[in-house]
Write a new protein. Sequence first.
Length: 317
Amino acid sequence: MHGVISMKQKPAYMPVLGIMAWIMISALCAGLLPAADFHVSSGGSDVSGDGSKTNPYGTISHAVAIAETGAGPDTPARVFISAGIYLENVILPEYVSLYGGYDPATWSRNMDTFHTILKPSAGGSSDPVVDAADHTELNGLYIRDGAAGVRCLGTSPRISNCRIENMTIPSGVYIEGATASPRVEYCTFTGNKEGIYAYSGGVPDIRFNVFSENMDHGVVIQHAAPVVLNNTFESNRNSGLYLIDCPSGTAAANTFLSNGQYGIFSIRGGVLIANNMIALQKNSGIQVRDESASRIAHNTLYRNLNGITLMNASPQI
């Protein structure tokens, strides 16, 4: 006959402080800690404001300076900017991002209705409107009327859902440096000298943008390995996409319409040019010079002055 063996169980609870510490440590390890949020309104104040929705700061630069003090890999900062015109040149540090398109009364977001417009300050017209760092995002901004919209010197920010226009020298987005591989997507570029100019860049990733009526080329890429996918290039004064000394990369699934010279111009490169629709260019749909490494495949060329023009070139077609 067996007796009944009784085992006393330990209480199934942890002290509250222990639980909270465990949650914080787990969130830190997983990178899930919430971002610090700051708010900016053209009717706010850098003196009396505290960056909240009800008491926002008055300038982006002030909010960025405050946000930078606590921003890091596990504590990124977000600056939400309401509709208005901001005359500033912003230097954006790592882990601080800018988001525009907010109603200053309710802080609801509609980027088509509430335009957050950044222009250079009176003394900063020759500087970029935004100098962007790594681990940052610019989203929902209208950037206008300067020398350069966003500059990426060796940095790789994400630039999305922005409208960048009327930048004279050198471009809407300027990219330079072997470590510069920004992602630019869902943006509109119009009235700039060039929409994007990348020089000695890494792997700039350019997708789902519209480049229209820019004063020279839609995009210029030199000494880089670009990824250019699903963009529209229309009515730019010179070429849609101008590639110089790009040893590799991809230009695919883009649409080129009615550009002043070429849809795609490539010299001394090795880029894959595939599955593009190229129509109504005033010169050639594709012009290739002084190269043999490029591959041209499965493009649709319609009613261009010339389809594909080769000058001292023998790409794979």
